[in-house]
Design a protein around this ligand. Structure first.
Ligand code: ACM
Length: 495
């Protein structure tokens, strides 16, 4: 076993690894004596399974941070992937910082990637090249730690989406839910229904240049996410929130009349024609084509706010559509209203509005994805002065966003019922990356911690906000347009 020697023990200014402001907070961290110089070239050694993409990513990102330090002795990073390691989770890792080098031990490449995010934060946040030695053991509390982006109300380009994925990766978010269709726009090309994008892809809230992803572009996003060990969850919202489809194809309407494209912000006025067979052909074609280019396990059918669909029709519709998702090899996710249907045994109900809906889902055997709108909706304003966003679920400042616990929020939704948490960002009021980031950051860091960090003793706002203040430096460095919540004493470069 490598050891840190004591030669630098007298340097009391050395930053100990237990002092780093890691978000999400890690499970266990122990300092040991000695120091390591991180400010140099990186030499990566794999014990097995060298993954060139992952290796290049780590190598390049190390050198982005240590760009001034290319000369001198190398820092050695040994990566050991071994399924027999004594680690409790697929994403778990042990990060050992020794005098002679750094070792990451993990069961999978995913675990290595999560460890790299921890190390990357340490590199970014270190005051000096030299830091104290020590060991971190870490693994997630919840398997699903997601962010949703609504690209339907306003279209976001492939590059804008990639920018967000890069930001999510830092905080160990591992699912990216894309809300790909709504009343205002249809954003993914479907070969068997080409007018969906030719017509339905041209509109968005308030007009302006909208757009859609070709299937190649969607796959580019999926692959980019996968390189960051983030799984894309596509959503096609049905049977409501479908005006863009109804404006593209007359036959999806009960009266065989195309709807006008919609540029407003109302919800709950559109519905597919549930009694027509063509509606199910449409649903199946869309589910098939998207599932074929989606490697992840989930397909989200929406199912929310179907005020224009009588309840019996709604139940009929989802009872026909949910099994189609299974036929194309995916697990169905839907907003909490889908509890009304006959849920497939592996279904996931996304709790956003009604706890009772989620509990009903649990009674039918479903798991719950926690997105309670009054805590986890990134499109809610921070306070009355926030220039963008909504407040129908209340104001959510950074403290409120952080100060809840999925398994104690609702009586009847227990830890074993919960697959994880997701922070949705609806797009009515955001038109570009700057606005997206203003609503997502810094709240997203809190959601990342709620989803990842097990230790409840850490989960106090008073402690967390000190670490968050330090992450302001990182967010600034990354060029993220974050909201400087006045409850946090943000550090600046001169502090
Ligand atoms: C939703 O916010 N309509 C799921």
């Amino acid at each position: 076993m490598l050891g840190c020697n004591n030669s630098d023990h007298s340097e009391d200014s050395v930053q100990l690894i237990s002092e780093f402001a890691l978000i999400p907070h890690v499970y266990q961290i122990e300092d040991s004596t000695g120091t390591i110089n991180m400010g140099s070239m990186l030499e990566i050694v794999w014990n097995n399974n060298p993954n060139e993409t992952l290796k290049n990513q780590i190598f390049n990102q190390w050198h982005e941070i240590q760009s001034n330090q290319r000369q001198g002795q190398s820092t050695k990073l040994e990566i050991i992937i071994d399924i027999d390691l004594d680690l409790p989770h697929q994403e778990a890792y042990r990060l050992e910082i020794h005098q002679e080098g750094i070792i990451i031990r993990a069961l999978s490449q995913e675990g290595v990637y999560r460890a790299w995010q921890t190390l990357r934060q340490i590199l970014y946040l270190s005051r000096d090249e030299k830091i104290g030695c020590g060991t971190i053991l870490d693994f997630p509390k919840y398997d699903y730690r997601g962010a949703m982006l609504d690209v339907a109300r306003h279209f976001f380009s492939v590059d804008e989406v990639k920018r967000y994925l890069d930001q999510l990766a830092w905080y160990k978010i591992n699912y990216f839910h894309m809300h790909l269709s709504d009343d205002q726009g249809w954003r993914i090309h479907i070969n068997s229904w080409p007018l969906l994008t030719q017509i339905g892809g041209t509109s968005q809230v308030d007009g302006g240049t909208a757009g859609y992803y070709t299937q190649n572009q969607y796959q580019d996003i999926v692959n980019y996410a996968a390189e960051r060990f983030i799984t894309v969850v596509p959503e096609i919202d049905m049977p409501g929130h479908t005006n863009a489809a109804l404006a593209s194809y007359a036959e999806l309407n009960c009266d065989n009349t195309k709807r006008e494209l919609y540029y407003g912000r109302e919800v709950g006025f559109s519905t597919l024609c549930v009694e027509k067979e063509i509606t199910y052909q449409f649903a199946e074609d869309v589910i098939r084509e998207i599932s074929e280019i989606t490697p992840g396990p989930y397909f989200h059918i929406g199912g929310d706010e179907t005020h224009a669909t009588p309840e019996d029709d709604y139940i009929l519709f989802i009872n026909r559509v949910m099994p189609l998702v299974g036929e194309y090899g995916k697990t169905v996710i839907g907003w909490d209203e889908i509890n009304l249907g006959e849920l497939p045994p592996d279904a996931i109900v996304q709790y956003w509005a009604s706890a009772q809906n989620a509990i009903n889902g649990i009674k039918k055997g479903a798991k719950v994805l926690m997105s309670p709108s009054s805590y986890a909706y990134l499109d809610m304003k921070y306070d009355s002065l926030t220039p963008i966003g909504y407040n129908w679920a209340g104001y959510i400042d950074t403290q409120k966003a952080y100060s809840w616990t999925p398994e104690t929020l609702v009586e009847g939704i227990k830890k074993e019922n919960i697959i994880g948490i997701e922070a949705p960002l609806w797009g009515e009021t955001i038109t570009n990356s700057q606005e997206l980031e203003f609503l997502a950051f810094p709240r997203l860091l809190g959601y990342a911690e709620i989803g990842w960090s097990e230790k409840e003793d850490r989960r106090t706002w008073e402690e967390y906000k000190l670490d968050l203040a330090i992450h302001g430096l990182l967010l600034e460095e990354l060029g993220i347009n974050f909201y400087r919540d006045p409850k946090v004493n943000w550090l600046t470069e001169s502090d």
